[in-house]
Design a protein around this ligand. Structure first.
Ligand SMILES: [Fe+2]
Length: 177
């Protein structure tokens, strides 16, 4: 279940109805996948073989194809980040720059946690994600992604066209880390 923190006011939204309507108002897709479908070993594993990634994709094949049919995604893969990832700190530094994409950025969290910080009408807000959360940052919306204290995540990514997923830096004097 995602939680929201509105950065300007430090207000937190934790109730499902409040989170859902806040994200809906900002055009952010928010859905859930059933984590009981995933094998136990993959719920807490952050170094993944190609076979592990294939298992995640086949476990959620129906959910992936449903999203793809509704929203036009043509490609998908699995990404894993943890302290076992070479240069994790450098990668996170790169991720933490506000940017936009020419297609929406959809992620389904299958293990660990992550935060999307997104620019809304009233400034930036953090969406803290847990396993089962599926989110999509709308096209051309300033945002960035980072990890939470546990510094580990596994996520399915879906793309309309993987070349659309280039990060275009967005200079924003309003933004404070
Ligand atoms: Fe992005």
């Amino acid at each position: 279940m995602a939680n929201i923190r509105i950065r300007n006011t430090n207000k937190r939204l934790t109730k499902e109805q409040a989170v859902t309507s806040f994200l809906d108002k900002h055009g952010v897709l928010y859905e859930h996948w059933d984590m009981d479908k995933l094998s136990n070993k993959l719920r807490n594993q952050f170094l993944l073989s190609n076979e592990d990634k294939e298992e995640i994709l086949s476990t959620y094949d129906d959910e992936i194809r449903s999203l793809a049919n509704r929203r036009g995604y043509a490609e998908w893969d699995v990404v894993a980040l943890s302290d076992a990832t070479p240069n994790l700190d450098e990668l996170l530094k790169k991720f933490e720059n506000v940017h936009v994409h020419t297609e929406d950025e959809v992620r389904a969290i299958t293990a660990g946690n992550g935060i999307f910080t997104i620019k809304g009408e009233e400034g930036y807000f953090d969406v803290e994600l847990s396993p089962g959360d599926v989110i999509s940052v709308p096209v051309n919306t300033p945002h960035f992604f980072t990890l939470m204290e546990n510094r580990q995540v596994v996520a399915v990514r879906l793309f309309i066209d993987s070349s659309g997923w280039v990060a275009h830096p967005y200079e924003d004097p309003e933004f404070k880390q």
